[in-house]
Ligand binder design. Structure first.
Ligand code: COA
Length: 186
């Protein structure tokens, strides 16, 4: 960890990550992670449908690889000028190494490229790791969906507004200097 990261008490930027659109050939590795990190993992069919919707422009799904190994993935649904984050996960062996931050930054840049003004998502009330990540990006709680998960656990609905501003672009560049800003700076 660099001196600056230590002073900021923040994980340094994830090195050596290659972020690319999700493809069907990624799904075997994705399933291994998905089954470890979620009580109700998405099936291959769900991911296949989402990849198809991405081809049609209604979704955006990406994978992060390091040294040829799939270490994380994320996606969002784009509706009008809002991006709804549908999934974000890092391999449990590779968590707290900046993978989630890089993936979320890539989603936010893509949201900007697609003229979104806000991002939203649901997160389990118990999921403090994900809430910490979202907080870094400026997501704020906006409401509760009661018993949203398995009809038992509540979801916090979070929103991040004004992602189309120059201030937000600066925030993204600070959070993830290595992310793909091309076309997203405005
Ligand atoms: C949420 C998740 C994607 C974060 O990915 P990650 O690669 O481990 O996160 P990063 O290393 O990029 O960390 C970014 C920030 O998230 C927060 N964070 C991540 N893990 C955390 C933990 N275990 N405890 C508290 N905060 C945590 C911190 O704010 C962290 O920044 P810092 O390291 O500078 O303090 C990962 O924990 C995961 O895959 N969880 C299981 C799937 C999931 O719950 N997805 C979200 C569904 S809503």
């Amino acid at each position: 960890m660099s001196v600056l990261s230590r002073i900021l008490n923040r994980t340094p930027p994830a090195r050596g990550l290659v972020v690319e659109p999700m493809r069907r050939r990624d799904l075997t590795a994705i399933q291994v992670i998905e089954r470890q990190v979620y009580p109700q993992p998405w099936s291959v069919n769900v991911f296949t449908n989402e990849i198809e919707m991405a081809r049609q422009g209604q979704r955006y799904y990406i994978c992060a690889h390091r040294a040829g190994e799939l270490v994380g993935y994320a996606g969002m649904m784009i509706v009008a000028d809002e991006g709804h984050i549908t999934n974000i996960a890092a391999d449990p062996k590779r968590q707290r190494e900046g993978v989630g931050r890089r993936l979320l930054a890539e989603l936010a840049w893509e949201g900007r490229r697609r003229r979104c003004v806000g991002l939203t998502l649901e997160v389990r009330i118990s999921n403090v790791a994900a809430q910490g990540l979202y907080h870094q990006f400026g997501f704020e709680p906006a409401g509760i969906r009661q018993r949203y998960y398995e009809n038992v656990e509540d979801a916090i609905v979070m929103w991040c507004h004004n992602i189309d501003t120059a201030e937000y672009a600066a925030r993204l560049m600070q959070l993830s200097p290595e992310s793909t800003t091309r076309g997203g700076r405005r």
